[in-house]
Design a protein. Structure first.
Length: 336
């Protein structure tokens, strides 16, 4: 006679089912969860911070970049002018943004000058930014109102000494337009007095109106006024003359030895931006600056479009930082 112990058999079966279920749950927990597909970049508008007023060289290049984003990436490129503190306010906004390629910075040489003239920046210009592309390079031009009697650098310096001062405007404290005047004053002993503005257009307006004696302005902004006879160019800041202003001698050619300054515009993202996005944005920037019609406009106004890749631009930024630290020291500017 066979006796079946139903309770024990059912209990063993339940235990087996529990064990198998628990084992399955444990394995599922141990396996990686399938990742959600990330939307292709860019999936929304790209914000381009310009830390200077509309109408200047930086703003012009940023808007060309924004137009190329719209055309090639099929997303709006939004230029956001965040003025103040020689470009620091706008740069700080980018430094603290998410490193996802949706917040970019288009700024000038002032970005690498800032560490030499500002005691405490709210960011680290090396550690907090990812250089993407050099956009353009241009000399600075020393301009005066046509009512000014000076027609050469020697006459301008004599005018400044006779008057006791020569006020010159720039696009803001710490940029190369500012330091071009400081370097000239340091090398000649002339009483040049800096008047900072929140953008090139504002400085030009006051120069046209006679509120200041002169201004150092990037060639891209200056050439149209010189060609129209609205302002007079006294000198260019680079070692060589500029084709668009071939009749205007350099500062060095007019007797100030080893004088050279230049302004350049670069594109940055927050540090940590994925390499694939940096590479894509660099290629886009090269297309934007390399457009035949836009390049022609730049060249006609004394400006050369940039051609550096992201790695080369990173090296360029480091070299320029060291160079401008030397110029600031030569001009005896104390950090504030």
């Amino acid at each position: 006679m066979t006796t079946t112990i139903t309770g024990d058999t059912e209990m063993q079966s339940n235990r087996r089912r529990f064990f198998v279920s628990a084992l399955g749950t444990g394995l599922a927990a141990a396996l990686p969860m399938p990742s959600r597909a990330q939307p292709a970049y860019p999936a929304r508008p790209i914000n381009i911070i310009v830390p200077f007023a509309p109408g200047g060289m930086t703003d012009i290049l940023a808007r060309q970049l924004a137009a190329t984003i719209q055309r090639d990436l099929k997303q709006p490129g939004i230029v956001d002018n965040r003025l103040g503190a020689g470009g620091i306010i706008g740069a700080d906004r980018v430094a603290k943004a998410r490193a996802d390629g949706y917040t970019l910075l288009v700024t000038t040489t002032a970005h690498v000058v800032s560490p030499a003239i500002v005691k405490k920046l709210p960011y680290d210009t090396v550690k907090d930014f990812q250089p993407i592309a050099l956009l353009a390079r241009t000399p600075n031009v020393l301009l005066v109102n046509p009512t000014n009697p000076a027609r050469s650098l020697a006459q301008l310096l004599a005018f400044a000494r006779q008057k006791g001062s020569f006020t010159y405007g720039s696009s803001g404290t710490g940029g190369t337009t500012h330091l071009s005047g400081e370097l000239l004053a340091a090398k000649t002993g002339a009483p040049l007095v800096h008047v900072p503005y929140k953008g090139t257009a504002l400085a030009l307006n006051d120069l046209l109106g006679g509120q200041i004696d002169g201004a150092f302005v990037d060639a891209l902004s200056a050439v149209q006024y010189v060609k129209a006879g609205a302002l007079r160019a006294i000198a260019v800041s680079t070692r060589e003359r500029v084709a668009a202003l071939s009749e205007v001698p350099t500062v060095a050619q007019q007797g100030v030895a080893d004088y050279e300054t230049e302004i350049w515009i670069g594109l940055y993202a927050p540090a940590g931006t994925p390499t694939a996005i940096v590479t894509r944005l660099n290629a886009l920037a090269q297309r934007a600056m390399g457009a035949a019609d836009f390049r022609k406009v730049l060249e006609e106004r004394g400006t050369t479009a940039g051609t550096l890749g992201a790695d080369a631009f990173s090296g360029f930024v480091k070299a320029e930082t060291a160079k401008w630290q030397s110029i600031v020291a030569l001009a005896r500017i104390q950090p504030e």
